[in-house]
Design a protein around this ligand. Structure first.
Ligand SMILES: Cc1cc2nc3c(=O)[nH]c(=O)nc-3n(C[C@H](O)[C@H](O)[C@H](O)COP(=O)(O)OP(=O)(O)OC[C@H]3O[C@@H](n4cnc5c(N)ncnc54)[C@H](O)[C@@H]3O)c2cc1C
Length: 295
């Protein structure tokens, strides 16, 4: 841990009002701590030297997975392991992208403590869970006033999220009205099984029941694709109305042609932009077909 990370207070509020009050009082010098795995990663790079208070949200009752008629609701402090084992998630094919992403995250020790809000609020484009959630058009509920915003707007860029002073994430909400008859999938490509994604992809797709044609899709890419995950709207448009079984070979053509309109991958120590583009075409097509086969 960095010598410069020396918070003076460790606070455990008893309710959301107290949490908000503490966050307002300390402003930029307070950080919520959930599983602490992201905090650890950031702090030991010397990026949290100005933090004076860590605020532990364990006592706020924010660990739950609830299936309501039109929503899946996941409490902010729900750990990845709890979520992975939740029956609410496992039994519906529309949520499989989340199950796939949780399966791809390593190691287990991290998943046992890391939380869904921690994954979202760290706001790094190569994380896996946010990409799966974005493919399901997830929303973020913030306290203390119960505001709801699209996750795609909430994540603004590297380490940047849309929270006002005194606000925090209380829940991740997945509206299921638009996901009826849909299925989803997530895939990741990394240099080793426990490395960050070079490219990852989440797809949600629904087919017209009568003729097996693509009615709707949401295709999200993460990894080295810029400051935040990117939606592949050109690919989505191009596959609309296609017959998934008969036109399978055409998907390759579409990914080859359309994806350059959607993505501008980066080059870094792990990979060149060209290689990432190549991967996006392959991983994108495979994830799409996996989701379609589940539909
Ligand atoms: C060894 C290791 C391996 C990893 N491997 C992977 C991997 O394979 N794939 C992957 O996607 N990720 C991986 N990660 C990253 C991991 O997913 C994140 O560190 C984790 O999701 C963060 O969750 P947390 O609960 O530990 O957050 P914390 O560390 O507690 O917090 C992270 C950030 O979120 C903020 N925060 C947390 N909860 C809230 C809230 N309710 N409201 C507002 N802000 C909040 C905190 O203030 C902090 O800024 C790995 C991490 C480690 C350490």
């Amino acid at each position: 841990m960095s010598l410069f990370f020396k918070p003076k207070s460790y606070l455990v509020p008893k309710d959301e009002g107290e949490l908000s009050k503490i966050l307002k009082e300390y402003g930029e010098t307070a950080r919520i701590i959930a599983g602490g795995t992201g905090i650890y990663e950031i702090a030991h790079r010397g990026l949290l030297s100005d933090i004076e208070a860590l605020v532990d949200i364990r006592d706020l009752g924010l660990s739950y997975v609830k299936r309501e008629s039109a929503y899946l609701r996941i409490g902010a402090a729900t750990t990845m392991t709890t979520l992975f084992h939740s029956q609410e998630l496992k039994k519906e094919k529309k949520f499989q992208a989340i199950v796939d992403a949780l399966g791809a995250i390593q190691p287990l020790q991290v998943k046992n403590v890391a939380t869904i809000a921690g994954a979202v609020c760290t706001a790094l484009p190569f994380f896996d869970l946010p990409v799966a959630l974005l493919s399901l058009n997830a929303k973020v509920k913030t306290g203390p006033q119960d505001k709801t915003k699209a996750l795609s707007d909430f994540i603004k860029g590297y380490f940047a999220i849309d929270l006002e002073p005194g606000e925090f994430v209380s829940e991740i909400e997945i509206p299921t009205k638009d996901l009826e008859n849909s299925a989803s999938a997530f895939q990741k490509f990394a240099i080793t099984h426990d490395d960050w994604a070079l490219i990852n992809c989440g797809v949600s797709i629904s087919l017209d029941k009568g003729n097996n044609k693509v009615a709707n899709s949401t295709i999200i890419f993460g990894g080295g694709v810029g400051e935040k995950p990117v939606r592949a709207t050109s690919v989505e448009k191009a596959i609309e109305g296609m017959k998934i079984k008969e036109d399978e070979s055409k998907f390759k053509e579409i990914f080859e042609r359309e994806i350059q309109k959607d993505l501008e991958p980066i080059s870094d120590i792990r990979s060149s932009a060209e290689y990432r583009m190549r991967l996006a075409k392959v991983i994108g097509r495979r994830t799409l077909l996996q989701a379609a086969n589940r539909a």
